[in-house]
Ligand binder design. Structure first.
Ligand code: ZN
Length: 304
């Protein structure tokens, strides 16, 4: 029988917990809204306790959390959600609370790095050691791998907060990032679309001007990432990217903005396979946590 792992996809809006050995073997899952840290983390603990009663001890856990988070081993705040504007969550010792209850190895990373790892193991980044994963929903998050390692540095990448050229005549909307105003997240995340057009993206038809603008901002962001990180593929997840035709618009604007400069057949001849949706779809984050748990166990056992 295969080993079972537990996963938490901890988002700022909702939490998804699951127990699985991989994509074809999801034993149970639980989704609920993110409220206070006590209640939200408490529900995850209760879920895994029930699961252990049903299935026996889990081999490892993996947590992909909204952030910013502290990923630095040895830091006094390792495992914390740190400076988030999410009410009640600032300086929450998320990993520590889990470790108090569970003694198995626990992997800890950003929600988007976990999703990226899931795509690397089972999805659109299989066999690729350098790629990025961006999610566009209530915010814009970015992560991925460089030469087989998840992107960690001083902290973790904050790809959603890069500066973009802003044509104020074409788009007088000032942006809604509380830190930067018109950064990529401030201009292109779901709440910015809703505020700019007076209704949520879901209620705008796929041929609305909103999507021309959205594709432009995303393509400007992607041009910067292609030029700085040289990813072998770009995966675009999150609710906003499900808009019919949007990814195709982004591909074509990215090609136009690169203007023939990055001459690689993966881009020039095969853009449809260069900018792609997650192969695991809505399960990327949840299965990413499972992949993170597996990888953490393998590291502890000295196999990685
Ligand atoms: Zn920002």
């Amino acid at each position: 029988m295969s080993q079972l792992f537990g996963s938490i996809e901890g988002g700022g809006t909702k939490f998804v917990c699951c127990v699985a050995s991989g994509p074809g073997d999801i034993r149970d899952e639980l989704r609920y809204p993110t409220t206070t840290p006590d209640e939200t983390i408490g529900r995850a603990i209760d879920f895994f306790e029930e699961q252990e009663q049903k299935h026996g001890k889990l081999a490892a856990l993996g947590i992909g959390s909204f952030g910013p988070v502290d990923l630095e081993k040895g830091s006094p705040k390792h495992g914390y959600v740190t400076s988030t504007p999410k009410p009640g969550w600032e300086n929450t010792d998320f990993l520590g609370r889990m470790k108090k209850r569970f003694t198995v190895p626990i992997g800890w990373d950003t929600d988007v790095n976990a999703a990226a790892l899931g795509e690397h193991v089972w999805g659109a980044a299989k066999g690729l050691n350098t790629f990025i994963y961006l999610t566009v929903g209530t915010g814009v998050g970015g992560g991925g791998m460089i030469r087989g390692r998840l992107m960690h540095g001083l902290v973790h990448p904050e790809m959603g907060h890069i500066a973009l050229p802003h044509d104020w005549r074409a788009d007088p909307y000032p942006g809604r990032c509380p830190f930067h105003g018109d950064c990529l997240e401030g201009m292109a995340a779901g709440p910015a679309i809703a505020e700019r057009w007076g209704k949520p993206g879901k209620e705008l038809s796929p041929d609305h001007d909103a999507w021309v603008l959205e594709a432009e901002y995303m393509a400007l962001g992607l041009r910067s990432f292609v030029c700085t990180l040289s990813p072998r593929r770009i995966i675009l997840g999150g609710g906003v990217m499900k808009t019919p035709g949007l990814v195709a618009r982004i591909r074509s604007r990215l090609l136009a903005l690169l203007n023939g400069y990055v001459q690689h057949p993966a881009i020039v001849d095969d853009i449809d396979n260069y900018v792609v949706p997650p192969a695991l779809g809505d399960q990327a984050g949840m299965l990413g946590g499972i992949a993170l748990a597996k990888r953490t166990l393998a590291t502890v056992n000295g196999q990685n």
